[in-house]
Design a protein around this ligand. Sequence first.
Ligand code: URA
Ligand code: SF4
Length: 243
Amino acid sequence: MPDRITSKTMYASLAGYLEDLQESGVEGVPVAIPREPHPDTPKNVSHVKNLEELACQVQDCTKCGLSAERKRVVFGQGNPKARLVLVGEAPGAEEDRQGIPFVGDAGMVLTRLLKAMGLSREDVYICNVIKCRPPGNRNPHKDEIVACSGYLKQQLALINPQVLVALGTFAAQTLLATKEPISRMRGHFHPMPGHKNLAVMPTFHPAFLLRNQENREHFWEVWDDMTKVLAHLGLPIPDKQRR
Ligand code: URA
Ligand code: SF4
């Protein structure tokens, strides 16, 4: 499959400069700390149980037409007490097969970016706005967004993170209810509508970085955004040199 070879080659070259970023040797800084539950969280039930219960409930969801063609619902993965949540658009083919978000080519880029930040996938929580794969990876329709958005809201209420990274145009525009281009939104925090004390940092989608590897500046822009996220969380910022 030539398609596969191309994306592998692209990945290898992008991995090279993600490795450069990783040189500082900061490993696995815990980003999750126990905190008070969100005021909307029901009392007397633990965080994990609620998130798990919600996940169980979503497994059988047929609230929109995407349920007809999905293989697996991709609810989310990571630390139920994460202070940092990363939200993408919708599952792709590999995510649909495995039931786990960001496990394809874009996912490998995201995993390496987190590592460069001194974090692992287990430190943070990763999910999508839409929980089932749109056929052929088409953009989600309005009715599907409306049908699914309640689940992300509940996830955020249960996790109660401090920072949300919106990965790409779709996530940023949907979460912030705006048509602003990602290039204008990225680089600074935006308040999350309907959530107190949740700062949203829009940044480019890892798939966009893969598609535009010749432009290293996009990669460094994402890195700049992530250093602001680390600073906001009070975490150490690995020292990376632009080459
Ligand atoms: N792209 C997304 O937006 N989400 C995934 O889970 C995978 C790729
Ligand atoms: Fe339900 Fe969301 Fe899947 Fe639609 S995309 S079937 S609303 S979980």
